[in-house]
Design a protein around this ligand. Structure first.
Ligand SMILES: Cc1cc2nc3c(=O)[nH]c(=O)nc-3n(C[C@H](O)[C@H](O)[C@H](O)COP(=O)(O)OP(=O)(O)OC[C@H]3O[C@@H](n4cnc5c(N)ncnc54)[C@H](O)[C@@H]3O)c2cc1C
Length: 431
């Protein structure tokens, strides 16, 4: 088989890359499982955005502080500056975010100093992924193969030339391409307790190790503080941080609060583990009761329905919660254009590591990161294909809110101020 661009993974990063790839190139997407079985589809809380330029410094600082200042500041800057354009792109694809009187509503999660998260009920990931998928299905240059797992890369002289995949009929496919994009998500499937889909087992990491492709910070695993406690095997159900952002509280065995609910994820997880040990319990309690029944049902319909199905009415009862593996900050080492150490091999989304999250991801920065860097990487490849095409370059420059542009605006203001006082000065002296 042959394609121009092979994208492994159909979560938001793979889908958004495909939509931003050149339309005259044949794009082939592979998914190890069904199309709706990606972690992107599970995202509940929302997606961060720079809601106005005044929030830039605080957004930057919140991301860095949560990441213990191990973040790549250039990556953080890029993610924040591109965020308004990404939200406009999503809205153009039909994604609907919560609004009141036509104005976007923002929610807050742990370690955010202000409300800057857009959401769609508690099903933000489903809303975004389904609308991107609808769009991808309309594109004539994109083909998707479901239940087809990448099992190896075809490489020669440190250059990637395609992938080897295996489908559900047991057939082995050798697929050649100009570029391979790894968008295979996290590695929660390797853990007994994880919020991730079990088929997400970090396959790309193993394949990269085999081909000596550089990895970074692979021990940086995020544990989410609040997942629904269960003795059943299988994926852990997330109780989104936005629930605590809206006022839900954590309680110990004695019914007392023991930590600030909006601590960064790693610190709150530690506090919960300590409390569980002190109490000799394998969970703590989360109370949503003060939010009120109607708000819970309207704002968190998915969490309400899931817990009810498990016998817990969250409008009246406490929810047993426990930490579980959730996210992978490390991954395949990439630069700011998502290029790996192997030529023609790109990595985007959760499996890539450009350093944007440092040692601990700030809530709701993941969907954003996946989209921003996928778009930039796709445009970069487009410019390789069409280096003489000014259209692509102009789009890149115009369509993003760029920090340099902001600085330039301020600089112009300052320069004109200096010029004004200089003219005044001359006028006074001449008088
Ligand atoms: C329960 C939950 C809630 C979350 N809530 C939020 C939130 O509110 N806000 C936020 O910003 N982030 C959230 N996240 C994190 C975020 O959803 C993910 O980090 C992000 O969606 C990852 O996107 P992705 O495209 O990189 O990977 P995914 O969406 O996980 O997609 C991975 C794709 O790769 C495919 N794949 C994997 N291995 C192979 C292989 N060998 N061959 C072929 N295909 C393969 C899979 O089938 C899948 O299609 C949440 C995550 C979870 C689990």
């Amino acid at each position: 088989m042959k394609a121009d661009i092979i994208i492994v993974g159909t979560g938001v990063s793979g889908l958004f890359f495909a939509l931003n790839a050149p339309k005259n190139k044949k794009v082939l997407m592979l998914s190890k499982s069904g199309l709706d079985e990606s972690d992107s589809n599970l995202a509940q809380g929302g997606i961060c955005v720079l809601k106005n330029p005044d929030d830039y410094q605080a957004f930057f600082e919140d991301t860095m502080r949560a990441g213990h200042y191990e973040n790549n500041p250039k990556a953080v800057e890029q993610m924040i500056c591109y965020s308004p354009q990404i939200i406009r792109d999503l809205e153009n694809y039909g994604v609907e975010f919560a609004k009141k009187d036509g104005k976007l509503l923002y929610t807050k999660e742990g370690a955010h100093s202000t409300a800057r998260i857009l959401y769609h009920d508690d099903l933000t990931g489903k809303e975004i992924t389904s609308k991107l998928l609808q769009q991808v299905k309309k594109e004539k240059n994109i083909t998707i193969l479901e239940y087809t797992a990448m099992v190896d890369l075809i490489c020669e002289n440190n250059q990637c030339q395609g992938v080897v995949a295996s489908n559900q009929n047991g057939e082995v496919l050798s697929i050649e391409g100009d570029y391979v994009v790894l968008a295979t998500g996290g590695l929660g499937g390797l853990f007994t307790h994880s919020t991730n889909y079990p088929h997400l087992t970090g396959d790309s990491l193993a394949i990269c190790l085999k081909h000596e492709i550089e990895l970074e910070n692979i021990s940086y695993i995020q544990i989410h503080p609040t997942t629904l406690y269960s003795k059943e095997a299988g994926r852990r159900f997330l109780i989104s941080e936005s629930v605590r952002g809206e006022g839900a509280v954590l309680l110990n065995k004695a019914g007392q609060r023991f930590a600030s609910e909006l601590l960064p994820r790693d610190l709150l997880t530690q506090a919960i583990y300590e409390e569980m040990e002190k109490d000799g319990q394998d969970h703590v309690w989360l109370s949503m009761k003060d939010l009120g029944g109607s708000i819970i049902k309207k704002r968190f319909p998915n969490i309400y329905a899931h817990c009810l199905d498990k016998g817990i009415d969250v409008t009246k009862e406490l929810i047993p919660v426990t930490p579980a593996q959730h996210y992978f900050m490390g991954g395949i080492k990439v630069d700011l254009k998502s290029q790996t150490s192997m030529k023609r091999l790109v990595a985007v989304g959760e499996i890539s590591c450009n350093g944007v999250h440092g040692a601990n991801r700030l809530a709701s920065n993941s969907l954003l990161e996946s989209l921003v860097f996928s778009k930039i990487a796709a445009r970069h490849i487009a410019s390789h294909y069409q280096s003489a095409d000014h259209h692509v370059k102009n789009l890149d420059q115009q369509s993003f809110l760029n920090l340099d542009k902001l600085k330039e605006t301020y600089r112009k203001t300052i320069l004109s101020e200096i010029e004004r006082s200089r003219l005044n000065d001359i006028k006074h002296r001449s008088v």
